[in-house]
Ligand binder design. Structure first.
Ligand code: CA2
Length: 149
């Protein structure tokens, strides 16, 4: 397994840091990208970090990650709760995937309790803010190492 990681972010996450800091924290997505880049470098991983408001872009990028045999960290944002397309793409890609949410989706509205991504993820991290991305990188580094042992 390659040591390349794709970190994909779904709709509206480009607005982080502008509203609802009590739910999503005060960091911008650019801050989180920098945090992930630093963490990946410390783990010897190569990172591609992207965001889109469009479901099809996320599907295309999951397919790209799969073609490159990269691993995946995804915060699908609202598509978490609606997207069969994302579940199908991750399942078809067959790549190790960790789902991340800034907020604790289980402590929020009931429509956020259902995730279409969780059944095809190796793990889910939610409610720990931007730290969740770093924890996901640590977990994938361990997972990829075990794969190579
Ligand atoms: O907690 C998360 O990371 C979420 O994936 C964020 C999504 C939400 O739909 C999921 O249920 C949980 C929403 C992202 C919207 O982020 C904004 C941040 C600031 C201003 C506007 C939107």
């Amino acid at each position: 397994m390659s040591k390349e990681i794709f970190v994909l972010n779904g709709p509206n996450l480009n607005k982080l840091g502008t509203r609802e800091p009590e739910i999503y924290g005060s960091l911008t997505l650019a801050d989180i990208e920098k945090q992930c880049m630093d963490k990946a470098a410390s783990l010897g991983l190569t990172l591609t970090f992207r965001q889109s408001n469009h479901e099809g872009d996320l599907v295309d990028w999951i397919q790209e990650a799969a073609e490159k045999k990269a691993a995946l960290i995804i915060n699908p944002a609202a598509y978490t709760h609606t997207s069969v397309a994302l579940q199908d793409a991750i399942k078809a890609g067959g790549i190790p995937t960790i789902e991340v949410h800034l907020s604790n989706i289980h402590a929020r509205e009931s429509f956020r309790h259902k995730s279409f991504v969780s059944p095809v993820a190796i793990g889910v991290i939610c409610g720990l803010g931007a730290q969740g991305y770093n924890l996901a990188l640590d977990a994938l580094a361990t997972h990829l190492k075990q794969d190579n042992d």
